[in-house]
Ligand binder design. Structure first.
Ligand code: SF4
Ligand code: SF4
Length: 171
């Protein structure tokens, strides 16, 4: 058994990566796969072998959105996106697209609408990137494209959005 297979990997990871047999269904459905340097099935394979250091600083860690498609397609219940998320925590890498995705969903859940200024500020803070876009942000604000105050959905529409975030089978 190679070093790390189902052993070393399991100390930092909840995903059952030792079950992976390399069918690549995860990679076949990944919407970001063409932009990655390591496809999802290779992320799982590296974790399986205890060679996850190869993923440090990779585009895969930056760009995975955490959409969950890989996990839904895997016949063995392995979520490559969860491996990516665990590696971000381990390496102290904030991620890029995943950070934006989480911020986007958090806003939709809280208000039912997106507040672009708040989303951009959160993204810049969490990724320590994007401050070079401050001039662009100011220009957008001057043209009325970045409202200072967050919009809110009211009444039934807000309740409908809240219902979308309730777990299936919940009240
Ligand atoms: S969670 Fe990440 S790795 Fe999985 S399908 Fe989505 S973008 Fe691809
Ligand atoms: S879909 Fe599952 S079993 Fe197939 S390669 Fe991806 S992680 Fe491995």
């Amino acid at each position: 058994m190679p070093e790390g297979l189902g052993g070393e990997a399991q100390r930092w990871l909840d995903e059952p990566v030792s079950r992976c047999y390399g069918c690549r269904k995860c990679s076949g459905g990944c919407p970001m796969g063409e932009e990655f340097d390591w496809a999802p099935h290779l992320v799982v394979r590296l974790a399986q072998l205890g060679r996850e250091e190869a993923l440090r600083g990779s585009r895969t860690l930056q760009l995975c959105t955490g959409c969950g498609t890989c996990g839904e397609r895997c016949p063995n219940g392995i979520a490559a996106g969860a491996v990516v998320e665990a590696l971000r925590r381990r390496f102290g890498e904030p991620g890029g697209a995943g950070t934006l995705h989480r911020g986007f969903l958090a806003q939709v859940r809280r208000r039912g609408r997106i507040h672009e200024l708040g989303l951009a500020t959160r993204f810049a803070w969490e990724t320590r990137a994007g401050m070079d876009r401050a001039a662009l942000g100011m220009a957008l604000w001057r043209h009325g494209k970045l409202p200072l105050w967050p919009p809110r959905l009211g009444g039934p529409a807000r309740r409908e959005v809240a219902a979308m975030f309730r777990p299936r089978g919940g009240a």
